[in-house]
Write a protein that binds this ligand. Structure first.
Ligand SMILES: Cc1ncc(COP(=O)(O)O)c(C=O)c1O
Length: 464
């Protein structure tokens, strides 16, 4: 068992004692919960059946689907949503982090209304896009930025900048890491274990319909494996793309010193370091994960939390790399890039996401993590808690998860039960078991109490 120390700016609580939960118990609770789900969500069921006719899987992004059907939402305000069955749901997904400032945040609404008075799309330079760029550069300590419309576009363009700058094509990514749907990033995104090979030297698992190019895969939290990869293939590798804290396998924290070593190795081998902060971003704190963790990448990708819920993403970084856009070696296009509404979103978020506001949300998150950790201890559950910034999760394993293989060894049955249990009691966490809760600026004591007390009831049911 490897209990390496995690980065001091992050949180993890692993209880000393735990007892297993019988799988028959989990199975019987799950069966009862699915029964309850289908009884209470008749209108969502009907809505899903209708939408299957016009939308594959009945959804606009495959992430939104689950079997037998997902909940259909009609409105959202603050930290709460209403579904088609008229149920009030506490939102702990918050648009995968895009709603960090809360649904219909009044400052965002006001900035958008103001912006609508002057137009919706100019496709020309505009003071509002320069204003947004200046705000982003200042906050995230980068020289230059370009706006896009999705995280996928941002990570794709960051890689293209790195390729233009180095004249090399290879990309290194983390096993199990997700960076959007550009072909190279789908490689080994959530590979099945029968294909992954040696944990220190994972196979690049490529779906038959992908054209990923030259792609290499390494385990997270293993600087030696990265060094071996760079030594062998460094002459072909343009960049290493990594989330500083993995937030698509629940939350996987960097070991103390890992990111610093990554930085050194990239410098040593002339490889561009890209931090994908699409998920961390402002949820990591007022200046993002890189500054919080004290390691600066060459390029940074942002999305979700920076736009207040508007369709917005960005990539940026050191001028010496962004200069490859200026000198025409890497062209970056997009009709909707930097559209005034999205830029108004940046302005609003920049006003609202003060250090104090984010620290308050983080304190609520810490309270939830501490209270849930106490419940895990009290009921001797085979679980532990992990947190970073305003995000937290319960991982159903008695040892820390440091990489994809550890994550795959966690108990997915209890994780599914925990998600469904909450959903049936009016708490919506993201579909899929790879996510984490988010305490937005709109969550307060009432919402934390709902989250914690719901978990206590689940703990009691598991031990009943
Ligand atoms: C780390 C990371 N990078 C990139 C993306 C892609 O972003 P988008 O869904 O906006 O294309 C995601 C999406 O969840 C992500 O989590």
């Amino acid at each position: 068992m490897n209990l390496k120390k995690h980065h001091p700016q992050t949180f993890r609580f692993v209880p000393e004692n735990s007892k297993p939960v019988l799988s028959e118990k989990v199975a019987s609770l799950l069966a009862a919960e699915w029964d309850r789900f289908t009884k209470n969500t008749k209108k969502s069921e009907a809505e899903s059946a209708r939408s299957f006719n016009s939308l594959p899987l009945g959804v606009t992004s495959s992430f939104q689907h689950w079997d037998p059907y997902p909940i259909s939402i009609t409105s959202a305000k603050g930290a709460w949503m209403t579904d088609v069955d008229g149920r009030e749901l506490l939102d702990l997904s918050m648009g995968f982090g895009a709603m960090l400032v809360g649904h219909l945040n009044p400052v965002v609404v006001e900035e958008i209304q103001e912006s609508l008075k002057t137009g919706m799309l100019f496709v020309t330079p505009s003071p509002i896009s320069t204003d947004a760029a200046e705000r982003i550069c200042k906050r995230f300590a980068i020289d230059q930025v370009r706006f896009t419309n999705s995280g996928t576009e941002s990570t794709m363009y960051a890689v293209r900048v790195a390729r233009a700058a180095t004249g090399k094509l290879g990309i290194v990514k983390i096993e199990g890491g997700y960076h959007g749907s550009y072909d190279p990033f789908v490689v080994s995104s959530k590979p099945s274990l029968d294909k992954v090979g040696n944990p220190d030297k994972p196979n690049a698992v490529i779906d038959s319909n992908l054209v990923p190019g030259d792609i290499y895969v390494v385990p997270f939290n293993n600087a030696d494996a990265l060094e071996r990869m760079f030594k062998k293939n460094g002459k072909k590798i343009a960049c290493f793309i990594v989330e500083p804290v993995l937030e698509n396998l629940a939350i996987v924290l960097p070991d103390e010193g890992y990111l610093e070593r990554v930085r050194e190795l990239c410098d040593q081998y002339g490889i561009v370091l890209i931090f994908d902060e699409v998920k961390t971003g402002l949820t990591a704190g007022a200046r993002g994960a890189a500054q919080r963790l004290g390691v600066q990448p060459d390029l940074l990708t942002l999305a979700k939390s920076i736009g207040g819920g508007l369709t917005l993403a960005a990539f940026g970084g050191k001028k010496k790399y962004m200069d490859f856009i200026t000198n025409g070696k890497m062209a970056h296009f997009g009709t909707f890039n930097g559209n005034p509404l999205a830029m108004a979103g940046v302005r609003a978020v920049d006003k609202v996401c003060t250090t104090e506001a984010l620290e308050t949300a983080e304190a609520f998150n810490q309270q939830a993590l501490d209270r849930i950790s106490e419940i895990i201890k009290e009921y001797e559950l085979p679980a532990h808690t992990v947190g970073f910034g305003v995000k937290g999760c319960i991982t159903w394993s008695t040892t820390p998860v440091r990489n994809y293989r550890d994550y795959k060894a966690t108990n997915f049955e209890i994780a599914e039960l925990s998600w469904l249990w909450s959903l049936n009691r009016g708490i919506i966490t993201p579909p899929g078991l790879d996510e984490q809760w988010l305490i937005s600026l709109a969550h307060g004591q009432r919402e934390i109490d709902v989250l914690v007390e719901d978990f206590r009831e689940l703990a009691m049911a598991l031990r009943s």
